[in-house]
Write a protein that binds this ligand. Structure first.
Ligand code: 0X9
Ligand code: ZN
Length: 709
């Protein structure tokens, strides 16, 4: 009996797999523990299509019959969600077809739905490639084979670019169908290829991309696996994932585990067992498909690569083999966050998105291997939502392709030098007749350096005066900001407040034009526009002098003063001269010498505004008329007579003899306020005692003078 059983088992194992119609089921595993995950992973269970639900601690996964048995045996708790996912897809697709064919869609003309549940059969795929090459000769290089699969099928590459120019272009690689059952990865690329070919003239982004990038499309990397699904499930929904290379009694390698970076790092998410759907192959690059990609990347320096998969609405980037982040995680997050503003996707490394690690996957090698080729910024988007599952129903093919288009456009734009923002750092207004100094910085979000960038500022608005209209920014590193540069703008004098003028920045870098529309508004943020404000000491007064060229919304100026460390006190007020302003003066008469600080205060909507403070050291002169003792005294024959006047006045300085007779008038004239020193020569007088007198209309003082010759 025993021997008989073993015999039957052997027989079963030897019968080619496709003779069985494999049933795949979807299970929801309950009460997930680390142990369960380990068991599932080490049993080669397809954790890849698993989504862990942290709210009820469950995960859904898809299993074949063998795996179903394993789970039952292990006593793992589960609910069967779908007993046969292929049937389930066919059913669902039939229902949606009925609605779908009645609705109109706006597909690219060359894109056609295939006969495999909406997905193309291999011959339909090939004829679409040929259509492209025939219709768009300026943009498409005919399909070329980059290798043959184990079963002898060609792996096709189609290059698309604007070949009318022969610029040096940034190369971007796109692949679909690493996994044979992920149909939307193929249709989304075909959709995009036709879209860009048909919309060069209509869509400025596409024009820019085709003029500056060269796209390398490999929409069907795994034709053997796809052909197998076509055979077993001609209406779509086939569940084969790997390619079809035989290894012992088993078939197929998971191409997304066969790349040579950290290949076989561990047994998590990648298996050494040929029977497992994540079988990594006997050695890195054992498969013709991955070999073809390797060779292509070694002979072309791609900036980036997008490898499409389904499903999960995810943008996945390295690493796969570890939970750690790639060195360029900041850029990966930067670009991904821009994409997810447009489409409802999540992003992160493998662990953060699909929830498990994978070693030997395409992205890790493309990005991580920097020896045999350059670093390629790789992504593996998982197209479609969890309800779309592997094969989205036909009505979902176009919406999913549009999401992929958004991903393609973004990543392509950033695969090169790409200034994506101009940051205005100054204020975008001008007050009064001031000049506004606008400070700007440019952000290069792209993966290549900007060599130099010329910024041209232009306007058609005659009220605007561009003081400098050409700037130069030298060298912006990849994913970095430029130095700050400045330009100056002002408005013509009579431009009213509130007026907004438009102007343009034209950036020209690495031969690429970029335009940014900006505006600037003339507003008055200040009630008063000062031209000057000075203080000086004049004799025993302090003179405050200021000029304005514009005043508004205020009545006048409050003059504040403080001495040493005291508080400000208001010492005066002067009314405004009106909107055009003018010259103002204010006199202060401090009583004591000392250090004084002044400022002028105005109000704007009850809010005080101050001029800058002005300091002065004030020296006190005797405040009254003073006649000082002459020196030298006795004199021979020259002497100096000093006096102090509190204000400008006419005065007489005279010499008298002891008898009171005026002998000489030295000065009879107007003198300015302040201290004066008058030199007197007495050589014509005999030695004797004299008197000198200072006389004005309100003052008289006399002092004695001795002349000794
Ligand atoms: O497991 C895979 O190969 C991918 N998921 S799928 O459901 N399409 O099979 C995810 C690979 C993620 N890894 C990296 N992008 N590094
Ligand atoms: Zn996949």
């Amino acid at each position: 009996m025993k021997i008989f059983k073993i015999y039957i088992l052997l027989l079963i194992l030897l019968i080619p797999e496709f003779l069985f119609s494999q049933v795949y089921s979807k299970l929801k595993i309950l009460n997930v523990t680390d142990e369960t995950i380990k068991f599932l992973a080490y049993s080669g269970l397809p954790l890849e299509e698993t989504y862990y639900n942290k709210f009820d601690n469950s995960m859904e996964l898809i299993v074949d019959e063998k795996q179903y048995e394993l789970i039952k045996k292990k006593g793992i708790q589960y609910i069967e969600v779908i007993d046969d996912v292929v049937k389930w897809f066919l059913n669902k697709n039939n229902q949606s077809k009925q609605v779908f064919y009645k609705t109109k869609s706006e597909l690219p003309k060359g894109f056609i739905y295939g006969s495999m549940g909406g997905y193309p059969k291999i011959n339909e795929f090939i004829s679409m490639l040929d259509t492209m090459a025939i219709l768009y000769t300026d943009f498409v290089k005919s399909k070329e084979s980059i290798g043959k699969t184990y079963e002898g099928r060609d792996i096709y590459l189609i290059k698309i670019s604007n070949y009318k120019n022969n610029k040096e272009k940034d190369k971007i690689l796109f692949t679909g169908l690493h996994h044979a059952r992920e149909g939307a990865s193929l249709t989304s690329l075909l959709y995009y290829m036709f879209y860009i070919l048909e919309n060069y003239e209509r869509d400025s982004i596409i024009k820019f991309l085709l003029d500056n990038k060269e796209f390398y499309f490999i929409p069907m990397l795994n034709p053997d696996g796809y052909a197998y699904n076509q055979l077993t499930n001609p209406d779509g929904g086939g569940m084969w994932r790997k390619n079809r290379t035989p290894y012992g009694n088993e078939f197929g390698v998971d191409l997304n585990r066969n790349y040579g970076y950290m290949w076989g790092y561990d047994e998590v998410g990648s298996s050494s067992q040929p029977s497992y759907i994540t079988y990594r192959g006997p050695e890195p690059f054992s498969e013709n498909e991955t070999k073809a990609i390797k060779k292509l990347c070694e002979s072309n320096s791609f900036v980036s690569a997008i490898n499409y998969h389904t499903y999960g609405n995810l943008i996945v980037y390295p690493w796969g083999y570890t939970n750690l982040q790639p060195p360029d995680v900041n850029w990966y997050r930067y670009i991904s966050s821009k994409i997810v503003k447009k489409i409802n996707y999540k992003y992160g490394n493998a662990y953060e998105t699909v929830g498990y690690k994978t070693n030997g996957d395409s992205d890790d090698w493309l990005y991580g291997d920097n020896k045999s080729k350059n670093k390629i910024f790789a992504f593996s988007p998982e197209l479609g939502s969890s309800t779309d599952y592997f094969w989205a129903t036909i009505d979902r093919i176009e919406p999913i392709a549009k999401e992929a288009m958004c991903i393609n456009n973004f990543i392509s734009l950033y695969s090169g030098a790409y200034i994506d923002s101009v940051c205005i750092k100054g204020e975008n207004f001008i007050c009064s007749n001031d000049t506004s100094i606008v400070a700007i910085q440019l952000m290069n979000g792209g993966l290549r350096e900007v060599d130099s960038c010329i910024i041209q500022i232009s306007t058609t608005d005659t009220n605007l005066i561009l003081i400098n209209n050409k700037l130069m920014v030298n060298h912006i590193k990849a994913f970095d900001v430029s130095d700050t540069v400045f330009y100056r703008i002002s408005f013509k004098k009579n431009t009213p407040f509130g007026y907004t003028a438009k102007y343009k920045l034209m950036l020209n870098y690495n031969g690429l034009p970029y335009q940014k529309d900006l505006s600037i508004t003339k507003i008055n943020d200040k009630p008063v526009n000062y031209e000057s404000f000075d203080i000086t000491q004049e004799n025993n007064k302090i003179l405050l002098k200021w000029t304005t060229n514009y005043e508004m919304r205020h009545n006048g100026f409050f003059i504040d003063k403080k001495s040493n460390n005291q508080n400000y006190l208001q010492i005066g007020y002067i009314s405004s001269k009106g909107e055009l302003g003018g010259l103002y003066t204010f006199l202060d008469f401090p009583k004591e010498a000392g250090y004084y600080t002044y400022r002028i205060r105005t109000y704007d909507n009850n809010e005080p505004k101050y001029t800058p403070e002005k300091n002065i050291y004030f020296k006190l002169y005797p405040y009254r008329y003073s006649l000082f003792q002459n020196y030298p005294n006795p004199s021979n024959p020259e002497t100096t007579i000093s006096f102090y006047l509190p204000y400008r006045t006419k005065l007489e300085l005279s010499i008298y003899n002891v008898l009171g007779k005026k002998i000489k008038t030295i000065v009879d004239n107007y003198y300015e306020e302040g201290l004066h020193n008058v030199k007197v020569n007495l050589s014509d007088l005999p030695s004797q005692v004299y008197f000198y007198e200072l006389k004005t209309n309100d003052y008289r003082e006399v002092k004695k003078l001795i002349l000794v010759k």
